[in-house]
Design a protein around this ligand. Structure first.
Ligand code: NAD
Ligand code: GDD
Length: 329
């Protein structure tokens, strides 16, 4: 059945792709964001450029909607989220709390909250060969400072909304999402885009800076899998927190090698141990999503990084030719 759907954070990476997908499925979509999408126009039928930290803006955005995908957040890679805990925590708390209050009185059918692997306890992520993180290890909690704290608090609020107000909610724990149209410079970029940018800007035989010793591990999810997973989870009747990511764990050094291979360049790594590194190892345990959806993300990094790398290469060459001369920092 066709729905009226609000996507908050529709000017951002995942929200923009999600809007395109929902519109192509025939839904009527409203996007809301403090900014317009950076790289191409939104496909949304209606786009509200508003600050969702303000209560009234949330109420207007939610009015008459059937479903909400709540993606708006002050967000970035580890360099960004570890850089200003107070501002990020306050901004995301205001956005989410006001959105929940708006939803409470709206008659909404379903509310999906974009949570994060950053909710998982830091003491379980101290080794590169980390045990994949299953949903039930999030408590007792020791989340990522600030950003992760707001995410785990909001997961609980979603649980209470469902229990006390009978509003069906979803809490989806994304594991590092990448793809074309994702931020690749400016300070908010995550490792796949940052490494791709550095490799694009590096001459064959040159050197790039890699944060940490490169032995830290992550799993990375391609944007198409992320959007498909979100739509499938919204359709399924499952309210508790659930992982959405791949369980293909690689080192950051592997990530650099893959990007260099795609570029056809020989690249030397200059490891900088003073730069932000986050947890030592992180991987998704996909047992629950396999059980709930009979599906899981399948696009491997070697496949997904090709269009991502090519898009960043094209962006740098065409949109910002001057950046060719910027040092690969
Ligand atoms: P993004 O930064 O590209 O998108 C977030 C959007 O929220 C931005 O367009 C931003 O302008 C908007 N926003 C921020 N403050 C706002 C405000 N006050 N009012 C209105 N809009 C505001 O990030 P993304 O990668 O698309 O992430 C989407 C969601 O998924 C976020 O909630 C993020 O925390 C979560 N998440 C993403 C990842 C990932 O790897 N991309 C991982 C874990 C969780
Ligand atoms: N960003 C970035 N830039 N990271 C780099 C770089 C670089 O140039 N070089 C190496 N890295 C390393 C980081 O030190 C870190 O150890 C690893 O790559 C991954 O970094 P990010 O992609 O920035 O973040 P993250 O995986 O620690 O956390 C991200 O994913 C979470 C969900 O899984 C963040 O985006 C969080 O906000 C998100 O919730």
């Amino acid at each position: 059945m066709k729905k009226k759907i609000l996507v908050t954070g529709a000017g951002g990476f995942i929200g923009h792709h999600l809007v395109k997908s929902l519109v192509s499925q025939g839904h009527w979509v409203r996007g809301a964001d403090i900014k317009l999408p950076q790289y191409e126009a939104s496909a949304a039928h209606d786009f509200m450029q508003v600050d969702l930290r303000m209560r009234d803006n949330c109420a207007i955005a939610v009015k008459d909607m059937d479903e909400v995908y709540h993606l708006a957040a002050d967000m970035g890679g580890i360099g960004f989220i570890s850089g200003s805990h107070a501002e990020i925590t306050l901004n995301n708390t205001l956005i989410s709390a006001h959105m929940v209050e708006a939803v409470r009185y709206s008659g909404l059918e379903k509310f999906l909250f974009s949570s994060s692997a950053c909710v998982y306890p830091q003491h379980l992520q101290l080794s590169p060969d980390v045990t994949p993180l299953a949903e039930d290890v999030a408590w007792p909690a020791q989340p990522e400072e600030g950003y992760g704290l707001e995410k785990i608090y909001m997961e609980k609020l979603c649980q209470y909304m469902t229990e006390d107000w009978k509003i069906p909610t979803r809490s989806v724990r994304f594991h590092n999402v990448y793809g074309p149209l994702g931020t690749y410079d400016g300070g908010r970029e995550k490792a796949p885009a940052a490494i791709s940018r550095k490799v694009v800007l590096c001459p064959d035989g040159g050197e790039i800076e890699v944060w940490g010793d490169g032995l830290q591990t992550r799993s990375f999810m391609y944007i198409d899998d992320c959007v498909e997973g979100l739509c499938r989870l919204m359709a399924e009747d499952y309210c508790a927190p659930i992982n959405l990511g791949t369980d293909e764990m690689i080192t950051i050094n592997d990530l650099v090698e893959i990007a260099a291979e795609i570029a056809g360049k020989t690249i030397t790594k200059r490891h900088d141990l003073t730069k932000p590194q986050g947890v030592r190892g992180r991987n998704s345990d996909n047992s629950l999503i396999r059980k709930v959806l009979k599906w899981e993300p399948t696009i491997m990094i070697r496949e997904g990084l090709v269009p991502t790398y090519r898009w960043i290469e094209e962006e740098i060459a065409q949109a910002h030719p001057v950046r060719h001369s910027v040092a690969a920092e």
